[in-house]
Design a protein around this ligand. Sequence first.
Ligand SMILES: [Zn+2]
Length: 483
Amino acid sequence: MYPKIDHHGGAQGVTGSCHQLWFDHKHSLLVDCGLFQGQEVDDDLPALERLSIDFPIETIEALVVTHVHIDHIGRLPYLLAAGFRGPIICSPPSAHLLPLVIEDALKIGFTRNKVLIERFLDQVNQQLVVLPYKQWHSLLDQNGLAVKVRLQRAGHILGSAYIEVDYRSAVHGELSQREGNHKSQRIVFSGDLGAPWTPLLPAPRSPYRADILVLESTYGDRLHQHRRERSQQLAQLIEHAMHRKGHIIIPAFSIGRTQELLYELEHLLHQAEPDSVLKELEVIVDSPLAAKFTQSYRELKEWWDKEAWRRYRQGRHPLSFEELYTVDSHDEHLQTVNYLSRSQRSTLVIAASGMASGGRIVNYLKAMLGQSRHQILFTGYQAKGTPGADILRYGPAGGWVTLDGQRYDIRASVQQISGYSAHADQKDLVNFVRCMRDKPQEIRLVHGDNKARVALKGQLERLYSSDARMDEVQVLLAGQENG
Ligand SMILES: [Zn+2]
């Protein structure tokens, strides 16, 4: 019966990631504790009830955080409010970024009271356990049960990790090395896996082995564009908008995506010919949070990939450049929206939220959607039910979208560049399994809509059946194991 896994979110959808791994009926481990977003939010319940932790927490030995995106750690305040005082284990860069994310989440969802926020962050810091990559950490070793965890780089955002769990349980009496004395299992949680060419980050490498793999499947039914195509397309879309004297508006996650875009933009501007229209482009990051994260990304150079280091050694600043301007206060934000809506000088604006479901990007969209000279550009996943998904779906046909309860006609150009996804695509996900030395007998697909999961399941089954020496695999769609 053990180990067994319960999914408290992020199984049948892409948000609210939260998985509980049970070692026996008294001991368990929580992997992520994220917020639900978009259509996956149950609007019938009041916020506090919707978000409160609806599973018993007494058995949880530790929370392991795969990465600091809000859909993976956003329910942390509720977990602590429910009384969780165990260790919060994460990688060194995540430990640096996590308090910033939680502070922001508290301000939006809980309180603006500085003293309360301070107290809360103190509590988080007391519970944080920084675990370097590639290092085993013993979680439990008692009464015939031993559990260790290890983090490996996942290439999704700075600090992201996939988690290896080593589980040993005595069949009779005490644990020993003797053959047949214990049951042992290796469980791997992929978290969100990055694509091979994610700017700034090295590509993830597959684990050596797994018995059970809990695998994300956001893009389980899609293949991304190649790197060169995506930067060409980005340059072209910017140039087209500049010729129309329009602005380029990019909704983006403050963490990860914004920094990747800045990295790519620095390169585009660096490479542009002296007479290129790109030389006149201004770039604005309108998000104090994104600005803070960009600063952190600069400080966390140690974790950059080789290419970023090469540029840095050439005297370039991959995350800051002359044409980059940051908007801070809310007043300044409103002035900027107002100014740009009248200005003919093309500016590229990056603002959150990435799915346009809130945040400063909404004001830009309200001001720009109605004019055909502007370019709305999506570079990330748009969950069903978010304004981002609606703009993407209805925009190209001249439809409309609802923002803050009001209808806005879409006349601006709407495009998506898939190559900038921070998620692995179908081929990358299959390769993650293919490159394991000892492949899992059970794969649970999480973090993807059904279409994506079904497609990936088919590909994974094909992988196993292509080699007669491979054992059988059971590919499960988490959350519907019985269906
Ligand atoms: Zn993520």
